[in-house]
Ligand binder design. Structure first.
Ligand code: ADP
Ligand code: MG
Length: 157
């Protein structure tokens, strides 16, 4: 039986969320799935921007929510496929944009609003949960089963 590992961090500014995203992105490997959840404005896209930077996506490829394109592909040290399920209303729609093919496309998949369609997410994944902190800032919590994603925890740098 694997055990769930979890870590969390308070970020006061968007720049810190981006920096944490970059630290995690540096640990990403081909085949990783990163499922982000949190309310509108929590900082999911901000986190993804940092994660992309950690994957060495060039700053000329500015990361924004793929609201209209549905998926954005970025080229860093590995490809990064960025989904946002916000405007999708069914699992069928997610399948229609080729979600399952992207999971095996030789890159890293990161998803905003991943909790909208839990049944289509692979069980083996990194979960990132962002919520507003009181009185300011954000709590970022990331979780996984240690065997496959342990490199995302106990960050030394
Ligand atoms: P989401 O994708 O979850 O809807 P965004 O990343 O697009 O959220 O927006 C988050 C907004 O909150 C940005 O305007 C950002 O500047 C602001 N913000 C303020 N503090 C933080 C923080 N600590 N972490 C992330 N975003 C923050
Ligand atoms: Mg967003």
């Amino acid at each position: 039986m694997q055990s769930l590992v979890t870590q969390r961090c308070l970020t006061v500014q968007a720049e810190e969320t981006r920096a944490l995203g970059a630290r995690l992105g540096r640990r990403a490997r081909v085949g990783d799935i990163v499922a982000c959840r949190g309310a509108l404005g929590a900082g999911k896209t901000t986190f993804v921007q940092g994660f992309a930077e950690g994957l060495e996506v060039g700053s000329e490829n500015y990361v924004r929510s793929p609201t209209f394109a549905l998926v954005h592909a970025y080229h860093g040290r590995t490809p990064l496929y960025h989904f946002d399920f916000y405007r999708l209303s069914s699992c069928t729609e997610v399948q229609d944009i080729g979600f399952e093919e992207y999971l095996d496309a030789g890159g890293v998949v990161i998803i905003e609003w991943a909790d909208k369609f839990p049944t289509i997410l692979p069980a083996v994944r990194l979960e990132v949960f962002i919520r507003m902190a009181d009185p300011a800032g954000r709590w970022l919590q990331w979780m996984a089963y240690e065997a496959s994603y342990s490199r995302y925890f106990l960050l030394a740098d």
